[in-house]
Design a protein around this ligand. Structure first.
Ligand code: NAP
Length: 255
């Protein structure tokens, strides 16, 4: 990456992989990084048409983009995603572990299969993608890894115990890995959003949404762009002194 690129395209020449980028927060992150000049690999699991729309949006911003199907909770598919990305755009400087799933329910009703599914998508997948990308970043002595956690990973959420455990785990993963790869010029940070208006909140009623907005000091639910703004900041070459941190864009709900 050309670190002295023009300010309008600070990621020009760079390459980013964003997992789960067909919809929601991942989509906004992919577009934001493309606008900053990065070539973006738009990973998806099942939303092929939406992934192509994200690619189109990235291309409209003048960048390059490629959709790659992979279930990133599966070791061989996570590895294939990174291989495809390297083949197309060369060494990735940026990995955003965004893909995730949420389920609500009492812990006593949680099956082992449901537990495994939550942990695999939210915690194992970031491990697999990070492990695949690190040899490339270490070779270049440069990298930006951003992991999506949640306020529930900080505070714990009732009826979301497996999700909270996975999102808490990714915070510790971030802190430990930041120490391990800092000497290689790689930063690792965690973004832990509050409620953000995406399909993930589709199980909430309009009243639930209004109540959360009411309880939030800023007075509204977050947007995918609110989160993408922070992720983009953390991917910048100039953000080199920020690592091992958990930053929570949540409108003041959790301080
Ligand atoms: P979303 O709208 O439900 O989108 C989730 C995305 O993750 C989808 O594009 C989905 O891909 C992808 N995905 C899930 N499992 C995958 C897998 N195994 N392999 C590849 N892709 C997979 O969710 P979102 O709200 O944008 O959430 C994005 C991230 O932010 C998640 O990690 C979530 O936990 C976190 N977060 C969200 C909120 C919120 O309120 N929305 C709050 C805090 C944290 P397909 O569509 O292709 O299946």
């Amino acid at each position: 990456m050309n670190h002295s690129s023009l300010q309008s395209k600070p990621l020009a020449g760079g390459h980013a992989i964003v997992t789960g980028a067909a919809r929601g927060i991942g989509r906004a992150i992919a577009i934001s990084l493309a606008e900053a000049g990065a070539s973006v690999v738009v990973n998806y699991k099942s939303s092929a048409a939406a992934a192509e729309e994200t690619v189109e949006a990235c291309l409209r911003s003048g960048g390059q983009a490629l959709a790659v199907q992979a279930d990133v909770s599966r070791p061989e598919q996570a590895a294939q995603l990174v291989e495809a990305a390297v083949r197309r755009f060369g060494t990735p400087q940026i990995l955003v572990n965004n893909a995730g799933i949420a389920r609500t329910g009492l812990l006593i009703d949680t099956s082992v299969e449901a537990w495994d599914e939550l942990i695999d998508a939210n915690l194992k997948a970031p491990f697999l993608c990070t492990r695949a990308v690190l040899p490339h970043m270490i070779r270049e002595q440069y990298g930006r890894i951003i992991n999506l956690s949640s306020i529930w990973g900080i505070t714990g959420g009732s009826c979301e115990v497996p999700y909270s455990a996975a999102k808490g785990g990714i915070i510790s993963f971030t802190k430990a890995l930041a120490k391990e790869v800092g000497p290689s010029g790689i930063t690792v940070n965690c973004v832990a959003p509050g409620a953000v208006m995406t399909d993930m909140l589709s199980n909430l009623s309009a009243e639930d949404i209004a109540r959360i907005a009411d309880e939030t000091p800023i007075g509204r639910i977050g947007t995918p762009d609110d989160i993408a703004h922070l992720v983009r900041f953390l991917t910048m070459p100039a953000s080199s002194f920020i690592t091992g941190q958990v930053i929570s864009p949540n409108g003041g709900l959790v301080t």
